[in-house]
Design a protein around this ligand. Structure first.
Ligand SMILES: Nc1ccn([C@@H]2O[C@H](COP(=O)(O)OP(=O)(O)OP(=O)(O)O)[C@@H](O)[C@H]2O)c(=O)n1
Ligand SMILES: C[C@](O)(CO)[C@H](O)COP(=O)(O)O
Length: 376
């Protein structure tokens, strides 16, 4: 069964305030939206992610698209945004429709919805109301409300894709959520366990609460990598994915991209999952001449499978020649694209070794790198 996550992020967050709509504000080191996407990327059962952005935010869509996330422009209310997102998804399968603003969604909440979809066409998390409920007006209690059978509605709300598409097609006007749309079409919706941590950032005080939840769960890892390749005959070197004309080449089993190998090893290091030689043995002929992006993608894939988001990479090339500075911006862009990161999170810099040692004598290029991975 194909499971798609549809994240709606096209609201303006007027109640939350701030200089930017709430999904773009930073909490615990990343944007609210980045946390939300990471939660679904890290879930092993989720196959694809689609995202709905406000039309004014489409200039921010490129890094998501480069990371394989389809992006649509949202509508004037949540239901319209959901409809725009549904149009991106395959005809069949299941969809988990989720608010970008629920950036602390626990893995278990997602898993329970997915499990319920094996037996139901629609399922959504609800948190039983435990506080007493009042009616009030002008700061006075004017009545009480029985809490029996009341739930606070959460997302992700899960559906059979054809079922929710038909329900939205038949629905007119705004809706609080997709459960309301489904119920209007007569669909029975199962309630799965919600979680108090699955709060929606709605008002300014919610940012601090989300930060406390996310920081309390965070597993932050750093890994380092180091690699050396010797110069040999050739007319170019490949560094951090760029082919750079040079009067020598680099010797190696693959394309000898010492920069990308080092970043790859830094990611494996942060995961404590061995090194590049273990995953891609030089004795294996299939990697002869391989483009090193294969290795970097593999390491990034392992990080995602283990529930980690790569949040930063810093790579230092050590050589006298070629000069790296003019190429560094493009190297950053290439590696950021492969890792699904904003370019601001990828650093490529260089140093000489003051003509000392093997790099100083121009016998080869060395590289060191650090990668930071975060699981929240
Ligand atoms: N036209 C809209 C309105 C809302 N949403 C999304 O629906 C989710 C839940 O909505 P809400 O918390 O109400 O967000 P906003 O509409 O942004 O907030 P506000 O009502 O305070 O402006 C959010 O992730 C929001 O981005 C959307 O995609 N398109
Ligand atoms: C979908 C939802 O998150 C369920 O709780 C909610 O209805 C959307 O936000 P709003 O605050 O009701 O606009």
């Amino acid at each position: 069964m194909t499971i798609c996550a549809l994240i709606v992020a096209a609201g303006r967050g007027t109640r939350a305030g701030g200089d930017l709509p709430k999904q773009w504000q930073r909490v615990a080191g990343r944007s609210v939206l980045a946390h939300t996407i990471a939660a679904f990327r890290a879930h092993p059962a989720v196959d694809t992610i689609a995202l709905v952005l406000h039309p004014d935010d489409l200039d921010k869509a490129a890094p998501f698209r480069e990371a394989g996330i389809a992006v649509a422009a949202g509508g004037s209310d949540r239901a319209a945004s959901v409809r725009a997102g549904l149009a991106l998804l395959p005809e069949r399968g299941k969809v988990l429709i989720h608010d970008a603003a629920r950036c602390c969604v626990p893995r278990q909440v997602i898993s329970e919805v997915i499990a319920a979809l094996e037996h139901h066409a629609a399922a959504a998390p609800g948190l039983p109301v435990t506080d007493a409920l009042w009616q009030g007006s002008a700061q006075r209690v004017t009545g009480t409300q029985d809490r029996e059978g009341l739930f606070a509605a959460q997302t992700p709300q899960g559906f059979d894709l054809p079922v929710i598409r038909a329900a939205h097609a038949a629905y007119d006007g705004p809706a609080a959520d997709d459960v309301a749309v489904a119920r209007a079409a007569g669909i029975v919706v199962a309630i799965t366990p919600g979680d108090a941590d699955n709060m929606k950032i709605t008002t300014p005080g919610d940012f601090a609460r989300a930060a406390r939840i996310l920081e309390g769960r965070m597993d932050i890892r750093t890994g380092n990598g180091f690699d050396v390749h010797a110069f040999g005959p050739g007319d170019h070197v490949t560094l951090c994915g760029l082919r750079i004309p040079h009067d020598q080449g680099l010797v190696g089993h693959s394309d000898a991209d010492v920069g990308m190998h080092t970043v790859t090893d830094a990611i494996y290091g942060a995961l404590a999952m061995g090194d590049i030689g273990q995953h891609f043995p030089p004795s294996d002929p299939q990697w002869k001449g391989a483009a090193s992006e294969v290795f970097l993608r593999h390491a990034a894939g392992l990080a995602a499978q283990a529930g980690f988001a790569i949040t930063h990479v810093d790579c230092t090339l050590i050589c006298e020649q070629p000069k790296i500075g003019p190429h560094a911006p493009e190297m950053r862009r290439v590696m950021a694209g492969l890792l699904g990161l904003e370019v601001e999170r990828v650093s490529v810099k260089a140093t000489t070794s003051e003509r000392l040692g093997f790099t100083g004598r121009g016998e080869g290029i060395a590289c060191m790198a650090t990668a930071t991975l975060v699981k929240s």
